[in-house]
Design a protein around this ligand. Sequence first.
Ligand code: T5A
Length: 214
Amino acid sequence: MTRGRFITLEGGEGAGKSTQSGLLADWLAELSVEAVQTREPGGSPRAEVLRELLLSGLVAPFGAEAEALFFAVARADHMNETIRPTLEGGAWVICDRFIDSTRAYQGASGVDPEEINRLENLAIGADRPDLTLILDLPAVVGLYRAQSRSGPVDRFEADDIAIQEARRQRFLDIARVEAERCVVIDASGTPDKVAKAVQDSVRARLGAYLPDAG
Ligand code: T5A
């Protein structure tokens, strides 16, 4: 059986990752590609418990290194319980946030990139996404979108605009350094326009694995 492809969506708050994750799954279904949508932090029952701790801010007082550790523990379980078995079963995985969120968020909070790298290898071994779509948007626009929804503001959304913009720059730096894995998508258009750019990137990078790229 052919292993499934692993796609991650990354970007700042409110960039449209969840929206595009759903639209990408719909498009793949139209092409008869079985795809599982998942997210981080979370994506497995145990990792979802850690999600609650992280987003509520309960871990924050322990410091940014402790948060990086919690994200790594959650990621290891998510990888073992959900991502690897799905890919080995032949289905594709669409994951809303993954390793680059730790690099961008915890990196912007001062965690040493070498330590982040070590945690990454510990959590997921040699596996990496086949394609990472970085949805790029000025931080202020993403925050406006995210906060226009009802519901509480989580621990990371509450950070000031300077740190949100620093995270954006880190995502762009990752895309530049790992251009073979990453594509930057302009996320400022309508959801349909962004979805078209997402589909074009998937065709361009993973077209050989699509039964009918349309
Ligand atoms: N985190 C996570 C770390 O610090 N380190 C890590 O390692 C990991 C994995 C997760 C938090 O954890 C942090 C990052 C995060 O702060 P979350 O609730 O999952 O928390 O947060 P987000 O991933 O940021 O989820 P959001 O829902 O806030 O953002 P999305 O998914 O990017 O945006 P989406 O699709 O929900 O859209 C937001 C709003 O905008 C509208 C939508 O309808 C929605 O109302 N929208 C658009 N509006 C106009 N034009 C478009 N093109 C639009 N697309 C969507």
